[in-house]
Design a protein around this ligand. Structure first.
Ligand code: KG4
Ligand code: ZN
Length: 340
């Protein structure tokens, strides 16, 4: 069984073909980072325009890499799926229209997929031993969420960010320090050169709640940076190290409190921030210490990609949880997590 997936929720145009929920035949990602970098963030109108320019090329490349073209499409692709939310309305619309068109032309079922569910199951792409129940930790540019995955399509939302998403905080701190966009990778790199103990930034743990608040750490960086010389590279490196340490400790503390409280045995990370080297190391170390299984995607599957969307479609297909041809699919920019 082959699934074609299309993902255009934010600033990556991506298409993928997977076989039997196991084999990734292609995973094409066209990133728009150079377009948005000069604005220090994603500009929605520019994102949709770039998706319009890229979407056909990306789909054709994904098919080609899977040895499929439009002449043999009907015999090779069994299902089409696309992200329908949450995300930017104009961006989502481009992927949805492409998916709808192919679904009509080739008379294939079209399965709408929630972007967050994609991140939640992204570790399963490379490690099929990931099975519910587990704690999902989604940390990206738009989300910071702790979710108990009781089963496929059965979720308990524990908490999310009250202000900035985790990746957003990295991006805003980078802007404060005059670093490039996106901030996560560069802060991660410079933090390696700094002393994480030099500056003790706040760790907002919000005890008694599973929510996060990263804007406090960001404001602490802003206030600190006004008092020091941020043209001094050593100062920048120490700020990056202190900030990264505070974020990583907050995430690890909350996640391991949750697995303990709900007697879970596995944690799966997902989202762009799970590329962070300290976050990966700390989750690995704490898992070992606490006898918890930890699942982390390779960097290419941490950031937005269509393969994670295809994985969720596969679970929906084998659990018979989709409509045959769903021509009612429209963008749902604020889509929440729904059980199925
Ligand atoms: O999942 P993603 O590609 O897009 C969203 O769905 O938001 O995540 C992008 C976010 C950006 O905020 C970026 O700064 C962050 O992931 N990021 C990182 C790292 N690599 C990417 N944050 C911290 N450390 C990294 N190494
Ligand atoms: Zn994402």
């Amino acid at each position: 069984m082959k699934i074609l997936a299309i993902e255009t929720s934010c600033d990556e145009t991506s298409a993928s073909v997977i076989e039997n929920g196991k084999k990734v035949l292609s995973n094409i990602i066209s990133s728009q980072i150079p377009i948005h970098a000069k604005y220090n963030g994603v500009v929605p109108e520019l994102a949709s325009r770039a998706h319009i320019q890229n979407v056909n090329i990306v789909i054709e490349s994904a098919l080609k890499q899977a040895n499929i073209d439009f002449d043999n499409f009907a015999n090779n692709i069994d299902y089409i799926c696309c992200t329908y939310g949450p995300g930017l309305a104009g961006s989502l619309l481009v992927g949805i229209m492409a998916a709808k068109t192919l679904s009509y032309i080739y008379n294939k079922p079209l399965i709408p997929i929630n972007h967050i569910e994609g991140h939640m199951f992204s570790s399963a792409i490379e490690n099929q031993t990931l099975k519910p129940p587990f704690l999902s930790v989604v940390i990206s540019g738009g989300h910071t969420e702790l979710i108990i995955v009781k089963d496929y399509g059965k979720y308990v939302f524990l908490g999310g960010t009250r202000d900035d998403a985790c990746g957003e905080a990295f991006d805003k701190v980078a802007k404060i320090l005059g670093l490039s966009y996106p901030g996560g990778p560069i802060i991660d790199k410079l933090a390696e050169l700094g002393d994480p103990k030099a500056i003790n930034f706040t760790r907002p743990l919000l005890k008694g709640s599973w929510d996060f608040s990263f804007s406090g750490i960001k404001t602490a960086v802003l206030n600190y940076s006004k008092k020091v010389d941020i043209t001094d590279q050593k100062v920048i490196n120490n700020i990056c190290a202190g900030f990264r340490q505070a974020v990583a400790e907050t995430l690890v503390y909350k996640s391991f409190e949750a697995v303990k409280k709900y007697s879970l045995e596995s944690i799966a990370l997902g989202g762009g921030v799970s590329c962070n080297s300290l976050i990966r190391k700390m989750f690995k170390d704490y898992s070992k210490k606490n006898n918890i299984k930890i699942f982390m995607p390779s960097p290419v599957f941490c950031t937005d990609n269509a393969t994670m969307i295809a994985m969720v479609a596969y679970y929906k297909i084998i659990n018979k949880s989709y409509n045959k041809i769903n021509n009612q699919i429209n963008p749902k920019p604020s889509l929440g997590l729904e059980n199925w």
